[in-house]
Ligand binder design. Sequence first.
Ligand code: BG6
Length: 368
Amino acid sequence: QKDGYDWFMRKEIYEQPDAVANTLLGRHSKEGKLVLDELRMSEDDLRKIDKIIIVACGTAFYAGLVAKYAIEHWTRLPCEVELAHEFRYRDPIVGPTTLVVCISQSGETADSLMAVRHAREQKARVLAICNTNGSTIPRESDAVIYTHAGPEIGVASTKGFMTQLVACYVLGLYLAQVRGTKFDDEIAATVAELEAMPAAIQSVLDGIEPVIKLAEEFADEPSVLFLGRHVGYPVALEGALKLKELAYIHAEGFAAGELKHGPIALIDDQLPVFVVVPPRGRDQLHDKVVSNIQEIRARGARTIVLAEADDQAVEPYADLMIKLPKVSTLLQPMLAVVPLQVFACELATRKGHDVDQPRNLAKSVTVE
Ligand code: BG6
């Protein structure tokens, strides 16, 4: 069932345009209104929610970190994101007006399941975002949004992560629609952007050759850093995780603004640093990240920059610029993560590793 690919992971990376289209299918009208009957909550009850807590592990946790930015921006509801195993064994503030969202590709991760059970004991409403029909977490939740990505076999999540992002965006937009915190035309514009994402992801994949070459060049690097800001920060964390779990290389992701508070001490001659650059917009995010790139380059780092294709402000500071299609800031993770997935997959296979079954890892960890 590898459809001509040598690894499931590679196949699943290339399936992402279709997976995104499947997650969106039937979840909005032609006019850009969200339809989310799966939530099984009346609009009245949805308006009573006063807090959202996302619980998850691993890559799904990073999808949750991205979701926080979007959900808070669109709904103006406080949204916390917590590692499921941390949430479970402290005394979180949860009650009947809290919506707990558990993100899990497999629906079987024990740490996440325990968090769901704990939330339900506290009378919270629990929504699962899951890829596996009928798995335990959706069965024990009040409601479920299935991601419809198709089976994910590779241990390292790719299309699972991508479609978790889509489900979180749909949820955030739906809540904004019900609660009236965004104008309908703003919501419809974001839905239209989501609809265009399969083609945008495909164009990133079509231009992926330089990333494959880079993986060959960097195969013997002992350490790689990833930087991002805002939603680019969880993307940096995910890029680092992929490299650790597949290539067994030391990799770390940092919030770019945090650099000067410590991690900049790690920068030395020739260290490869990936930087996710936000789209140019009205805020100062973009310029702040460009100055971070200048700082690390001045200290000898090799900069691999993921930025909008025509971002001339950053190009002079990039040893390699990976060009991304134009998209709004909140949706950029769906594009920026793709080259990082490919980089880790290519580098690991080049080193002869099994990317579908990395050492010491399991697809779903069913013990706490
Ligand atoms: C891990 C897997 O242990 O579980 C990761 O190796 C995954 O790839 C994490 O992100 C969470 O899994 P799930 O199924 O709950 O999303």
